[in-house]
Every structure is written in C-alpha cells, then in structure tokens.
Design a protein. Structure first.
Length: 313
C-alpha cells in the first residue's frame, strides 16, 4: 500500500520544478496557473530569483505547493494516478498540496490560500518577538515538559512532532531560548534556534487562524479522491467540512507528523513517495519506521523511474 506525501517549508530551492516544467506541459501548466492566480510571476522567482526572497513565507508556501503539484502532474502524464495511493499527507503547508493533488481544492484556490496563510502567519506576531527551535535527541514527552517549564507565563509549545528524536518548539523568543537551554540540560543531542520569520503552530498564531477561517469559508472544498491524513488529527479524512475546520486548527495546532506516519503504517502503508522538492520527509520516515520504503520525486528522471516501477508492481 502506498501514500503520496508532500513537503513543507524549508524544502525550497532556486530552480525547483524547472526541469519538470521543461519536460512536461502539464507541469508547466501548474506554474502558469499559480502565476495567474497570484497575479505575478512566482515561477520567475522560483527559477531565477534569490533564495532569501523565495524563503519569505508568503513566497515559499505557494512555491512549494506549485512544485509538488507539477511533480504530481508529471507523474499523471506517465500514467500514475492519485488513486494509485491509498492516502495523501503533507507536512504543514504540504497538507494543502496534498488536498490539491487529491482534487479537493483547485490549484488556483490553493495558491491564493497559501499566499494569505503566509501573510497571516507573518503578520500575527511582530518581527523579533517570536521564535522556533529544533530539539534533537529527546523523546516527545520530555520536549513537552521542557516547553511547559520554559514558558514561565509566556507561550512555549511543541509545534512539530517530526520523528522519534526530533521535535520543534515555538512561542515567544525568550521562552524558546529558555527551552533550548533546558533541553540541553535534559540531554538533547542538539537544541538550536531556527532561522524562521514567525513562531508557527502555536497559540501566538490565533490572529492568523482567524484570517484563515475567513479565507477558507470562501473557497470550494470537495471530497478528495483519497483520504488526506490531517496534521492535527493524524488520521485520514474525506469530509469537506471537517477538512476546512482542521485547516484552521492547523495554524495554531501541532504538526503530528510522526503520529501520522505511524497511523498510515498501521493502515497498511509500506511505501511513501515524497512528491516535490527535497528529501526531508523521507529522512523523517526512515527514523520513524524503517519498514516503510521511501521514494523522492522531484525531477523528470525520478518521475520516470517511479512510474516505471509502479507499472512493474
């Protein structure tokens, strides 16, 4: 049983998806549709811009979605359907890519939602007041205790549960800095502040969640072709109303990636295709469950190889 998974912020690189667009008209059409939806040439930034501008949340989010959907359209051109997967899932913004890939939302609507989401998350907390940190080498329960102890009346929460040895905390800058020191004292292999522009997936994002609730209320969401494993639920969903509410919850809620992978494995998933830019999710999956095989699909050669392998099975 197979799942298609879609990467989140941090996977962006200059040039991503360009070869796909050159080789597959359907992939090029995705970038054209995103450019038109946003009223600007995001594709020019992705392929010829500078990494600092691409990394801005408002650009990175729709850019990564466009690249993932371009790879999915290339796969479809080679005879692989979304229904060749039993589930789709994405890490944070990747959940939007998963929904668009499964036909629950149009690519244009998804691009516009991610631009709103990026702006809303950026504007929810004044620059310099929030922070995030990666904690490596501590179990989730220990990181949760560290965050609680570090809060001291401020916000400090576990934002991402990525794999058994990697969690991310998010909140007020001072509180997160305290969490880094407490994590080191607790035996973390590494505890480092992340170069992010806002404290994502914590209660400081409540203003952003309110904006997303408004935006999502105005978008048509249909039933996906296959269940989407929601970040905050760590289980597959198909009901459009539930999908809408979970996307709002996701802005302030924890990305339960490890639990999501465990849930899919329990449902019988034995292989996962990471569709889009980078290999970060595949690395997490290997640390979560070595019995799950991973395939990265972000170039024409990878598309062709995956499609050929799928036909041979």
């Amino acid at each position: 049983m197979r799942a298609f998974i879609f990467p989140g912020q941090g996977a962006q690189t200059i040039g991503m998806g360009q070869a796909l667009a050159a080789d597959y008209p359907a992939a090029k059409a995705v970038f054209d549709e995103v450019d038109e939806a946003l009223g600007e040439s995001l594709s020019s930034l992705i392929w010829d811009g500078d990494i600092e501008t691409l990394t801005l949340t408002r650009n990175a989010q729709p850019a990564l979605m466009a690249t993932s959907l371009a790879a999915m359209k290339a796969l479809e051109s080679e005879g692989v359907s979304i229904t060749d997967a039993s589930f789709v899932a994405g890490h944070s913004l990747g959940e939007y890519s998963a929904l668009a890939a499964a036909g629950a939302m149009s690519i244009a609507d998804t691009a516009r939602l991610l631009r709103i989401r990026g702006d809303a998350m950026q504007e929810a907390v004044p620059a310099g007041e929030g922070a995030m940190a990666a904690i490596l080498g501590l179990e989730f329960d220990v990181v949760a205790q560290v965050a609680q102890k570090a809060a001291q009346g401020e916000v400090c929460q576990v934002a991402n549960e990525n794999d058994p040895a990697q969690s991310v905390v998010s909140g007020g800058k001072n509180a997160v800095e305290r969490a880094v020191e407490l994590a080191k004292e607790a035996g973390a292999k590494r505890a480092v502040m992340l170069p992010v522009s806002a404290p994502f997936h914590c209660t400081l994002m409540v203003p952003a969640a309110a904006r997303m609730a408004q935006a999502l209320a105005e978008v048509d969401i249909g039933e996906p072709a296959v269940p989407v494993v929601a970040n905050v639920l760590a289980a597959g969903v198909t009901n459009p109303s539930l999908i809408r509410s979970l996307l709002v919850d996701q802005v302030t809620g924890r990305v339960r990636w490890r639990t999501s992978v465990d849930w899919m494995a329990a449902e019988g998933v034995t292989e996962m295709w990471e569709i889009g830019s980078g290999k970060a999710l595949s690395g997490m999956i290997r640390r979560i469950n070595r019995d799950i095989s991973t395939t990265t699909i972000g170039t024409p050669d990878e598309v062709k190889a995956a499609a050929l392998g799928a036909k041979e099975v």
